[in-house]
Design a protein. Structure first.
Length: 319
């Protein structure tokens, strides 16, 4: 197996390849890397086993650079084998430099290797995904609560729900994050900014959930369900308050009351399943019946169902 992309340290005759001109520019420590150098490195020295470039990650990094949010973190890392360099960590950041179109300062590290196997081992050691670190930052970023007059639990639920709302009520995944929304979903500052218009609804939801049954409250706070809750509360505050308070308390609801049916559904449904998330769809079915004053006996969600949340901009129209 050829471990290198458009490059090899030794040619087919066993001769060591000459040092390429750009390799003399690579210095350990801090150094600026511009679009031309980034493109050359990716073309001539990218490790052949690199995972597929995720365009949404590139978009996030480039947007961070444009906004001045980029910080020195893990170094751009090369393996040096027989005098030649191979990129083992940093391909998404280099693609982002090209997209950004300007120099960015990075830390650079060069690791000496004696065999192609050592290069391979070095690559797998560094094959980490920034989004995992960002997810942890998100979980630790709940100082939002004090700023917006809500509990940490509601702040966390709102932050999670915004990932769905900002993505057009499509539950984010590796396959369904819309490219133009990637930065808003992954950059902490931008996601916090996206929360801004939703805090009044979040505060009303916290009030509505006062006295909620202990087994229902966490289910309502799941991201997909809470996304629907915020939407209803923002656009139909009084009706939504009554709907979510009645659902969460489950006290004396009649058999065909949509809130009673929704309670049964909340206790049994996998809220994350499906492209919209079953939590969003189930909440919408119950809410629509309540809003339109219709009885409801069971919540069924067709495989090709189009999301509609009555009384809000989510109208159920395709396209």
């Amino acid at each position: 197996m050829n471990l290198f992309h458009r490059t090899a340290s030794i040619n087919t005759h066993g001769e060591i390849r000459a040092i390429r001109p750009w390799e003399t520019q690579i210095k350990e420590g801090r150094m600026p890397i511009g679009p031309d150098l980034a493109e050359t490195i990716l073309r001539e020295a990218n490790y052949g086993g690199q995972r597929k470039v995720e365009q949404k990650d590139v978009s996030v990094y480039a947007e961070m650079m444009r906004r001045g949010l980029w910080e020195l973190s893990d170094p751009i890392t090369f393996a040096r084998l027989n005098g030649n360099l191979t990129l083992v960590n940093g391909q998404h950041r280099l693609h982002a430099i090209i997209a950004y179109g300007r120099e960015v300062e990075f830390r650079v590290a060069v690791n000496m290797c004696s065999t192609p196997e050592e290069v391979r081992a070095l690559y797998y050691r560094f094959d980490t995904v920034m989004r995992r670190r960002t997810s942890q930052q998100i979980l630790n970023a709940i100082d939002l609560a004090a700023d917006h007059g809500v509990s940490k639990t509601i702040a966390s639920a709102t932050y999670g729900a915004i990932g769905i709302i900002a993505n057009g009520f499509i539950v984010p995944s590796n396959y369904t994050v819309r490219g133009e929304n990637a930065a808003k979903l992954r950059i902490v500052d931008l996601r916090v900014e996206a929360c801004e218009p939703w805090w009044p609804a979040a505060r009303k939801m916290e009030e509505a959930l006062t006295g909620a049954q202990s087994d229902l409250r966490p289910r309502i706070l799941r991201a997909s369900t809470f996304a629907a809750a915020l939407m209803t509360m923002r656009y139909q505050e009084q009706k939504a308050f009554d709907f979510w308070r009645g659902t969460s308390r489950n006290d004396g609801l009649k058999r065909n009351d949509p809130r009673h049916v929704f309670v049964r559904d909340l206790m049994t449904r996998d809220a994350s399943a499906g492209i919209h998330g079953q939590g969003v769809m189930a909440a919408a079915v119950a809410w629509n019946a309540y809003f339109e004053r219709r009885p409801l006996s069971i919540i069924k969600i067709a495989q090709n169902a189009v999301l509609r949340i009555a009384g809000t901009p989510i109208s159920g129209k395709r396209g």
